[in-house]
Design a protein around this ligand. Structure first.
Ligand SMILES: [Zn+2]
Length: 334
């Protein structure tokens, strides 16, 4: 073992700082830009309950003993996420064997890791940019790899999501999410601004007829909802983050309407692609109900999504107008 790195990583390792709640650590950009929200400005995730061992490192900025973490020798392909909030932080392709006893990466997922001068005034602490969980430290110019950086991370601050062949997250492909929350122009407008979202299409789903027209859907008799299909990169943004934003940019307590738009085509609905998406939506709805929101959002299995006529796509971008009934409103704890 290379003793030098052990000293570097362990020194001041058990410095205790004032414990802060996850919520208290959230970045809060609410109200600064109102309608032009992005997920990086208003994160409102639920923090996982931590074990005392996890809390020692993640909250109190301790350091696990070298060679004791479960990911030191992990060479599997996948993504390392924040133990506390689940945000993807590191790709296995950036992991290298530093011989230090801690998982080491020469790069982080862009924007996922925040750097601050450590309490020792010397080292650079790395934290989850989303929830401020302590991860470890970053060191430069040690010559390990071409990138010349070593993100020295505690295994206990991480969760590993293994790549499997069907896993879009790790294969670089995208996934889709379908939401209906009133006039699709406004829903599309907000979701397009999220980092990790590749494309948002306005369209119709949830009805019986193939290739419905706007006129047919507008009649309220076709059974379709005005919806958006979000294509996103799950290694950058999670389904949960998108779903949370969805619940915060429309009013999920309005039945078959959204503001001035009235009719079942304007219903609030999550069209889930799989059980995982369904569970996330159920969880978020339960959280909102706990907070007193009388949520009427329907959960419907995803069916064929019919893109709307061209003139409906990117409506606000094309017209330069602002959404008339989709304004961001924080509803989840932050
Ligand atoms: Zn986090």
């Amino acid at each position: 073992m290379n003793y030098k790195w052990l000293v570097v990583c362990l020194s001041l390792s058990f410095t205790m700082v004032t414990a802060t709640s996850c919520a208290g650590e959230m970045r809060d950009g609410l109200g600064k830009k109102d309608s032009t929200v992005s997920m990086n400005q208003e994160d409102t995730m639920t923090c996982k309950a931590l074990t005392p061992e996890e809390e020692k490192v993640i909250v109190h900025k301790g350091t696990e003993m070298p060679y004791t973490g479960k990911y030191v020798y992990n060479k599997e392909d996948g993504t390392y996420a924040c133990k506390r909030c689940g945000e993807p932080l590191f790709h296995s392709s950036d992991k290298f064997d530093s011989g230090t006893g801690w998982p080491s990466f020469d790069d982080a997922i862009p924007g996922a890791v925040k750097k601050e001068t450590d309490a020792d005034g010397r080292r650079t602490e790395i934290l989850c940019a989303n929830c401020n969980a302590h991860l470890g430290h970053v060191f430069y110019n040690e010559g390990f790899t071409d990138k010349n950086a070593r993100y020295c991370v505690n295994s206990i601050s991480l969760d590993f999501n293994k790549q499997d062949d069907g896993d879009a997250a790790a294969t670089g492909t995208t996934r889709t999410a379908v939401f209906a929350g009133g006039c699709f122009w406004g829903v599309e407008y907000h979701l397009e601004k999220v980092d990790g979202v590749k494309a948002v299409r306005s369209g119709y789903t949830g009805g019986a007829k193939s290739n419905p027209t706007y006129k047919e859907v507008s009649s309220g008799r076709s059974g379709h909802a005005e919806a958006v299909e979000v294509e996103y990169d799950p290694s950058v943004v999670s389904y949960e983050k998108l779903a949370k934003l969805f619940f915060e940019i429309h009013d999920p307590t309005q039945l078959d309407r959204q503001g001035p738009d009235i009719g079942p085509q304007y219903r609030s609905a999550v069209f889930y692609a799989d059980d995982e998406q369904k569970k996330v939506a159920e969880k978020l709805i339960a959280q909102l109900k706990d907070k007193g929101y009388d949520v009427v959002t329907q959960l419907e299995p995803a069916s064929t999504f019919y893109p709307a006529e061209d003139y409906h796509q990117d409506y606000y971008e094309k017209t330069g107008h602002q959404p008339y009934c989709h304004v961001y409103k924080k509803r989840f704890d932050g």
